[in-house]
Design a protein around this ligand. Structure first.
Ligand code: PLP
Length: 400
């Protein structure tokens, strides 16, 4: 890296792409260039007193056991925290370990949580578990601020929502919900997977805790499960970490290494994917086989202005509804040649999902209808292929 003499002596925060490549790197005595994988569960103490000191947290070295922390995982945590703009982060074995960890670590019986109704199925499961342990959970239409205002009370411990919902891409106003929550003393927890860390300004807009499934855009290659909880040092180290380190939600050092590599290219990938998604959404818009194209970057999206204000992008995901219902949706899926039928997202490979029969099949018909998960709905995760090939693949599939 060549640094001009002007830059060299000006203290400044590096831009996100620079942080995504360098931030948090720790080198061993060998001075390795690439981040090392510390594939070790334990750490050796030079003598008994050092072991005692480390367990007391008073010694100079910080690692004890990989369920508590690991140098490779700490590099990933420091890097994602820098990108998200939070003081600290705790990396977890999956996105769900992050959601579960954040919510269970902070709640106790009698607490009240307000959540948006449109959530990833496993997130709903975690909230149901909280209810089993004596937490009261109220659900609202996340796009309706009056419902948030009515549901949040002075006793509310936390609010939880996906800033862009899965699969119907409703955009929730982080700033407005955070203002209501903070006025009641509640903690704002945002599942920010669809927004991605690239387009996230969730903390700036009032989120206290941001959780990611790193399995998605952070890995970017559909290889490994991982998650992360970003927040204040106090929340991450004193609330989330004790819960996670004792209940076993820690990430594997190998997966941390995969995620560190993912972060280095995430900005380039996600911006390219979002640009392709915008073009594909525009091409699909008005197609006679489709009754609806849902993309936050399209001017007719109900929260288009909010999406642009909040994320500055429509993101990498598109939902579309086939006028011919399930039969037409299945026929179109079966005609695709490049885009794969699967259920991950944020992958370099484009993926299409039929939520009603797969990711959201556990919901009742009534809940599906209420969430807009109709028989003709498809969810598309735009990958890194040439957008012209993806558009042609979709057009051929829709033509029948
Ligand atoms: C995938 C996903 C999760 C869960 O992440 P895993 O890594 O699969 O455990 C949580 N929330 C949202 C919005 C997701 O898309």
């Amino acid at each position: 890296m060549s640094v001009s003499s002007d830059d060299k002596f000006t203290p400044r925060t590096p831009h996100p792409r620079t942080q995504a490549v360098h931030h948090g790197t720790r080198r061993s005595q060998y001075g390795e260039m690439a981040e090392a994988i510390f594939l070790t569960q334990g750490f050796v103490y030079p003598d008994a007193a050092s072991a005692e000191a480390r367990f007391q947290g008073t010694g100079p070295d910080e690692f004890i056991y990989a369920r508590y922390g690991n140098p490779t995982s700490r590099m990933f945590e420091d890097r994602i925290a820098a990108l998200e703009g939070t003081e600290d982060a705790f990396a977890t074995a999956s996105g769900m370990a992050a959601v579960n960890g954040a919510m269970f670590a902070m709640c106790k019986p009698g607490d009240h949580v307000v959540a948006a109704r449109a959530l990833f199925g496993s997130c709903l499961y975690v909230l149901d578990l909280l209810v089993r342990f004596g937490v009261k959970v109220s659900y609202v239409d996340g796009t309706d601020l009056d419902q948030w205002a009515a549901a949040i009370t002075p006793g509310t411990r936390a609010v939880f929502f996906e800033s862009v919902s899965n699969p119907t891409l409703e955009v929730i106003d982080i700033r407005a919900v955070a203002d209501l929550a903070h006025a009641a003393g509640a903690t704002v927890v945002v599942d920010n997977v669809f927004a991605t860390p690239v387009f996230s300004r969730a903390v700036e807009q009032g989120a206290d805790v941001v959780v990611y499934s790193a399995t998605k855009h952070i890995d970017g290659g559909g290889r490994a499960l991982a998650g992360v909880i970003c927040g204040t040092r106090q929340f991450v180290r004193e609330v989330a970490e004790p819960y996670l380190k004792h209940t076993g939600g820690a990430i594997s050092p190998f997966h941390s290494w995969i995620m560190l590599n993912g972060l280095q290219t995430m900005d380039l990938r996600v911006r390219a994917q979002a640009e392709a998604a915008a073009g594909i959404a525009a091409a699909l818009h008005g197609h006679p086989a489709l009754s609806r194209v849902i993309y936050p970057g399209l001017a007719d999206h109900p929260q288009h202005d909010l999406a642009m204000r909040q994320m500055g992008s429509g993101g990498t995901m598109i939902a579309m509804e086939l006028a011919g219902g399930k039969e037409a949706a299945f026929a179109a899926l079966d005609r695709l040649r490049i885009i794969a039928i699967s259920n991950n997202l944020g992958d370099a490979k484009s993926i299409v999902t039929h939520p009603a029969t797969t990711t959201h099949s556990r919901l009742t018909d009534e809940d599906k209808a209420r969430l807009g998960i109709t028989p003709g709905l498809l969810r598309l995760s735009v990958g890194l292929e040439d957008a012209r090939d993806l558009t042609a693949d979709l057009m051929d599939a829709l033509q029948g």
